[in-house]
Every structure is written in structure tokens, then in C-alpha cells.
Design a protein around this ligand. Structure first.
Ligand code: PBG
Length: 364
């Protein structure tokens, strides 16, 4: 291409801006070739009708990418509502199967299971008990809905008396969450989920080296084909508030800032993701989603791995609360938020609204 000013008649500064070698390093600007100036280019030409808009739409939402998180507890016919999450319940195994069936029939291919055990202790024994709540529900789901993808959250916090994601050592300086001894329990938990029939395991604890420990634990038990979806960039976040009520996993002292990431750090998130991929993660997750779209974008651009975005509990609660007040349109805001995650690069969308969303997408 000839960028000589006499051939285009454009002032020199504009031509320089149109020369790709002169453009900024911002990948977004590099990708979108600068259009012809107005009135040659009129972006509104392609916005005139719904079908025209559909024809040029860059990003799509489809139900096949949704994952529905579900909370399992013991009992029969139990549906315990979560106050801050209208439409979300702690479910006994029979009720959970019903809920999963409805979601699957609406087009949601996968669920993500959390368990609330009858008893908690300081070794999280309910997490890796062969008859633990998650293990039971996994077996039941694989029997009743063999095609449904069952993903299990691998963490200890719901099973620990103190509500932390690792083993706690209390010293004179206060309590510490021990990293390496926790890895054994996580690997055991993941293997017991695979043993029960889980299709994918998803560690959410944020201990260093857990993906390696879990991969080794799975392989040693003959589960080399069970993929790991790691919560690779999981930030210490106020957006988890309602979940802690749902999963009964509020830390009894301190907080999770010594293991979950500082919300200010994006470069560190890249290292976390790189590390998990090196240790054997098959899919990586960014969590929360909406406040971390830059992280999703960078993770997808840099690694190109299957990337999940977790629209966490408060993301759901905020939309529900505003919609209940008549302040926003629930459907529009939910779909727009999920589309933003797809646009940023997420392949997989984990959301408490998965079933409604699948219904909306089907009805168009
Ligand atoms: C457990 C876990 C949490 C979430 C997923 N797994 C809570 C936490 O880390 O405190 C949050 C999910 C949500 O808020 O929807 N480690």
C-alpha cells in the first residue's frame, strides 16, 4: 500500500495514524482497522433492522456454554431458600436432581456442585468421605442424568469448622492457613469426586501447587481422563457475600486475603494462570466476572485456553435486587452482562441464572 500523501490527498498526520506500523500497542486499536471518515462511513447503516444487526453481530450467547451452580445438603424434599439469592436454594439430593433436570431440559449442559455437610471438623473429612454429600449427589446425577456434565467444586471451606479453605495452624502470631499439608486433602477430595463419577473437578481453594497435587492424585487413581477446571485467577472479593450464606462457609476468624488474590493485581493473575496451566489445568477460570473483564480478556488473549467466567453470587443478587425494585430490566441486564463476559473472551459462563438464561435464549 502506498502511503504517499499526494496519492490520497489526506493530511500527513492522518495518514500516519492509518499506517498500522504507526498505531499504538493497544491490541483493540490494532484489530479494528480504522474506518473511512464520515460521511463515507456511517456506522448506523448496519443498525437499521433487527436482522441486519443480527447479521453483523460479533459475539453470541448460547446455552451450550452455561454452567449452573447448585448447593447440595442432606435430607429429603428439602429446598432451603438463600435470602440474598432469590431463586437459589440449598437442595436435598432428590430436589437437586429435579433442579438439574429442569436446567438440562432448558439446554444447560453442566452443573457445578457445592456441598453442605451435616458435620464440619478441622480436617474437612466431609470433603473426601466416599459417602459425603457431593459424592452422593454425583452418583445420583450420573445415574438419573448420565449426559449432564457434572463439575464439582473442590474446596475445604464448607467442610471446615473454621470455614477456611485450608488447614489452620494457630500460633502466638494468630492463625495461619497451611499450604502444603492442605494439598493432600484437596487431592483426596478431587479423587473421591472422580471416583463418584464427576466429569470435571474445579479446585477453588487458591493454595499454591494444588493443580499439580490434584493432577497427580487423579492420575495415580486411574482418572487421567478427568479434566481440571482451575479457579486460576480467584480474587478476594466482596462479591462472594451471598454465597457464604448459601454454602455456610463464612470464615469464623480473619479473611481469605492470605490465599485469594488482591483485587488490584492483574500481572499476578497472569502468573497464577500460567502456573495452573503448567501444572495441568485443562480450563482456567476468572472469578468474579463482571468487575474483572480485563483479566478475562488478558487471560484469553495470552493463553488461548478454554476460559470460564464465574458470575458470582453478588453479581446475581445485585441484578435480582434492582429488578425486584423495578429499577432495571432483569433479562436485559443479565444477558448484557453475560455477553460482556463472552466479548471479553470467556468461553464458559458460570451463572446462577443459567436456567432462566437458557429459556430466554430459546424463546429468542
Ligand atoms: C469456596 C468458594 C467460594 C465461591 C466459590 N467457591 C467462596 C469463597 O471463596 O469465599 C464463591 C462463589 C460465589 O460467590 O458465587 N472456596
Amino acid at each position: 500500500m502506498n502511503f504517499d500523501s499526494s496519492s490520497t490527498g489526506l493530511p500527513r498526520s492522518r495518514k500516519l495514524a492509518r499506517d498500522p506500523s504507526q498505531q499504538s500497542n493497544n491490541p483493540i486499536i490494532q484489530q479494528s482497522t480504522l474506518p473511512a471518515p464520515f460521511p463515507v462511513y456511517r456506522p448506523r447503516r448496519l443498525r437499521q433492522t433487527p436482522l441486519l444487526r443480527q447479521l453483523v453481530r460479533e459475539t453470541q450467547l448460547d446455552a451450550g456454554r452455561l454452567v449452573l451452580p447448585l448447593f447440595a445438603r442432606g435430607g429429603h424434599k428439602v429446598r432451603r431458600p438463600i435470602g440474598a439469592m432469590p431463586g437459589v436454594f440449598q437442595l436435598s439430593p432428590d430436589e437437586l436432581v429435579r433442579e438439574a433436570t429442569k436446567a438440562f431440559e432448558a439446554g444447560v449442559p453442566a452443573v457445578l456442585l457445592f456441598g453442605i455437610p451435616d458435620k464440619k471438623d478441622i480436617r474437612a473429612s466431609g470433603a473426601y468421605a466416599s459417602n459425603g454429600i457431593v459424592q452422593k449427589v454425583v452418583r445420583l446425577l450420573k445415574k438419573e442424568l448420565p449426559e449432564l456434565l457434572v463439575i464439582t467444586d473442590v474446596c475445604l471451606c464448607e467442610y471446615m469448622e473454621h470455614g477456611h479453605c485450608g488447614i489452620v495452624e494457630r500460633g502466638r502470631q494468630g492463625a495461619r492457613i497451611l499450604n502444603d499439608p492442605t494439598l493432600k486433602l484437596l487431592a483426596r477430595t478431587a479423587a473421591s469426586h472422580a471416583e463418584a463419577g464427576a466429569d470435571i473437578v474445579a479446585p477453588s481453594d487458591m493454595m499454591d501447587g494444588r493443580v499439580r497435587a490434584i493432577r497427580q492424585g487423579l492420575d495415580a487413581n486411574g482418572f487421567e481422563d478427568v479434566p481440571i477446571m482451575s479457579y486460576a485467577a480467584k480474587f478476594a472479593s466482596g462479591f462472594y457475600g451471598p454465597f457464604r450464606e448459601a454454602a455456610e462457609s463464612t470464615p469464623q476468624f480473619g479473611d481469605r486475603r492470605s490465599y485469594q488474590m488482591d483485587a488490584a493485581n492483574a500481572n499476578e493473575a497472569m502468573r497464577e494462570v500460567a502456573m495452573d496451566i503448567q501444572e495441568g489445568a485443562d480450563m482456567v477460570m476468572v472469578k468474579p466476572a463482571l468487575a474483572y473483564l480485563d483479566i478475562i480478556y488478558r487471560v484469553k488473549t495470552q493463553f488461548g485456553y478454554p476460559t470460564a467466567a464465574y458470575a458470582v453470587s453478588a453479581e446475581y443478587s445485585m441484578i435480582k435486587a434492582a429488578a425486584a425494585n423495578g429499577w432495571i430490566d432483569e433479562r436485559a441486564v443479565t444477558l448484557e452482562s453475560l455477553l460482556a463476559m463472552r466479548r471479553a473472551g470467556a468461553d464458559i459462563l458460570i451463572t446462577y441464572a443459567a436456567r432462566e438464561v437458557a429459556g430466554w435464549l430459546r424463546r429468542g
